[in-house]
Every structure is written in C-alpha cells, then in structure tokens.
Design a protein around this ligand. Structure first.
Ligand code: SF4
Length: 390
C-alpha cells in the first residue's frame, strides 16, 4: 500500500471531545453495538436519552436528538466511555478514524489527510501527519473508510475525463498556484474550464472529453472578456451568502429567507444569529476593515489540504470542486467577520478558528450534502460563459 501524507497537517489528539459534540451522524458497526448491549455503558445512555443506537437509511448510528446533540458515550471528562472501559479498538471505526480522511486515486495511491473540524488539526497541535504512519496504515488494513476514485473522473456530470488528463491539469494548476495569487489562479482555472464546457452543449449521457480538452482550457482563460470575470464575482457573492445558511448556529429557515431577500436587493441583511442588521454593502466594508487579509496564510493551508485530499475531484466533479476550494477564503472571512461582529471586537484568532471549524464541518460534507450547491454554481459559470463565446 502506498500512502502519501498531507504535509499541511500536524496532529496529536488533545482529548477535547469536540468532534463528539457535532451534529453529524456517527456510523456504528453491528459488532460494536453488540459488544455494549446490556453493558452498564449502554444502560447509562438509555437512561439519559431513551436509546443508544438507531437505524438511519439502513445504517446503524449513534442515537442523538435535538435535546441530546452530542454523542451519548462521551463522559463528563470529555473522554469516550467505550474507549475508557472497553479499549480503543472497541470504538466504532468512524471514531477510530476521526479526524483522518483517505482518498484513493485511480493509480492506487492513497492520500491521507485530516479534517479541520478537529481542534488539534485546526490549531496544528502535534507532530507532522507522517509520524502517525503506523496507526494510519493499521486503520487502512482494518477497513477504514476510503473514498475511492476509479475509472473516469467527473469534470461536471455528464462530462468525464481520464485520470491522466486530470494529473496533467493538476500539475499546471499547481504551477500557477506557485506563481500567482491563489484566487487569481483559481479564477483562471474556473473561467477557462467553464468557457470550454459552454462550447459543448449539455449531453444527456456521460460524455468522455477529448484528450487535450482540459489542457486547452488554460489558453481560453486568457481570452475571457472582463464582463465574464465581473459576472463570476457575482456568482461568488451569491454562493457565499448561500453557503452561509447551513453554517448558521440557529438553522432557522426564516433567517435563510431573509438572506435570500437581501441578496435579491429586496431588504437589508438581517442575521439574528450574529446580531447583524444592515445593508449587504456594510458587511463588505466590515469584512474589508474588520477581517482584511490577516488569516490568509492559515486559509491557504486549509486550501492546500483540500487539494491534497482531492476535494476538487470528490465534491461533484472538477469544476464544482475548484469552485469549492476557490470560495473557501470568502466564506471563512465572512464567518470570521460575523462572529467578531457578534462579540463586538475586531476579528481575532478565535473568531477565525470558529469560522474554519464551521466551514469544514458544514460545507465540505460532514453534515450537509453541499455537492448540489457547488454543481449549481458550476453550471451558472458555464451559463455565464455561453454569453461570451470565444
Ligand atoms: S476533536 Fe480532535 S483533538 Fe479533540 S478529541 Fe477529537 S480527535 Fe482529539
């Protein structure tokens, strides 16, 4: 097994229990449920919340509800009771694997990284990830969850391409990321690819792109007119405000409607979660002055990890994935600024860390299926390009 380790990640668990507080589902193998059945461990949870496990879409998960959002097996001292009483390997594999993520590319290489919803990963607490080689390889041998990319790779469904085309494209993207500001490199990639796809129509069935198609998109990017670039910025604003919704602590759908009304220009922006009530333009001003670029280095590290773990290929296709990585600085700055506003401070590291945790948790696939959102934005950028044929 050949495993590559994300050089951006430093990690050693600090036992904060924070990952166990989140509202995502925790899958449980039937043997794990069996091993705690009737045990004092399970009885404590049943006493507290009625049941320890339940089925969801054919999968056994840890039971949580509105009144009990954290894992029932988490003790007061923030340690896992299954781990403490029955040992590390008695825990569900999902918990043993957290915070690692594994992606296998068609060349059989495994890319090991970790998610920034984990405190230690976010704050770079611990040694480089490669030092966890032994436990990672053990997890992989014992059947850890691996996102496998096989055969052709989606560019924007129904368009697909070969992995060797993708590898050449990634090499060029990385070269550009080393040479120009990161957002400019992504904008060139998105504009070029959207423009090239817009010249193909929209087939009903899977269509394998011609060899050299992806490489040709870089040349197109240079020719895209200024109006298309301006419209892409509009997509950025609309998408950022759309992605803000699943990140709101209240999850109040009435607030979602208010955000939509503000984006359409029908009302001032009102977000009670952050005590924000002012025109959208004032939010821009606050983000420029109150957040600025002070967290750019840390955001770049996160983007580096997203690329390492192939988020640009696993989140609905190459174009939606590029849009995801491109939009992250905007949404993280937005969340940082709103969090700072609520506390009436200029943005601090703790506001930023909250924003980073929130963006990773809700926008890269743990709690919400955001793939359709990135795919919709990708089709919007293709539609914009149709108005500017080259
Ligand atoms: S969030 Fe990370 S650091 Fe905290 S307990 Fe979980 S794995 Fe450990």
């Amino acid at each position: 097994m050949h495993v590559n380790y994300d050089p951006q990640i430093a990690y050693e668990c600090v036992q904060c229990g924070r990952g166990c507080f989140n509202r995502w589902d925790i899958n449980v193998e039937p043997e794990v449920a069996q091993s705690v059945r009737g045990h004092a461990l399970e009885l404590r949870v049943i006493q507290d919340r009625g049941q320890a496990f339940r089925e969801h879409e054919g999968q056994l998960i840890i039971h949580k509800d509105k009144d009990h959002p954290r894992c029932g097996f988490l003790k007061e001292d923030l340690l896992c009771s299954i781990h403490s009483e029955l040992g590390y390997q008695a825990k569900p594999l999902t918990c043993q694997q957290y915070p690692y993520v594994f992606v296998q590319t068609p060349d059989r290489q495994i890319h090991a990284s970790a998610v920034y919803s984990c405190t230690a990963v976010r704050e770079e607490l611990g040694p480089p990830l490669s030092e966890s080689r032994e436990s990672i390889e053990d997890l992989l041998r014992r059947g850890a969850r691996v996102h496998r990319l096989d055969g052709n790779i989606e560019v924007l469904p129904p368009f697909v391409t070969t992995y060797s085309e993708i590898q050449a494209y990634e090499a060029e993207l990385n070269r550009r990321l080393g040479q120009m500001p990161i957002s400019a490199a992504f904008e060139e990639a998105i504009l070029g690819l959207a423009n090239a796809l817009s010249s193909l129509g929209q087939p009903d069935e899977e269509l394998l792109l011609e060899e050299g198609f992806l490489a040709s998109t870089w040349g197109r990017a240079k020719l895209v007119p200024q109006e298309a670039r301006t419209n892409l910025q509009l997509v950025k604003t609309i998408l950022s405000m759309g992605l803000l919704k699943p990140c709101l602590p209240s999850q109040d759908r009435e607030v979602w409607k208010k955000i939509d009304a503000a984006v359409l220009g029908d009302a001032e922006l009102e977000i009670p979660d952050f005590n924000w009530h002012a025109p959208l333009s004032e939010l821009d001003l606050w983000l420029t002055e109150g957040v600025g670029h002070r967290f750019d280095g840390q955001i770049k590290r996160f983007q580096g990890s997203l690329l390492f773990r192939k988020a640009h290929l696993t989140m609905g296709g190459l174009l939606p994935g590029l849009i995801l990585v491109w939009i992250m600085p905007s949404i993280i700055r937005l969340l940082t600024g709103l969090h700072a506003w609520k506390e009436q401070v200029e943005s601090t590291q703790s506001n930023f860390l909250w924003a980073l945790e929130t963006a990773e948790t809700h926008l890269v696939g743990h709690t919400f299926d955001t793939v359709p959102v990135y795919q919709r934005a990708a089709w919007q950028s293709v539609a914009i390009s149709r108005s500017y044929p080259l």
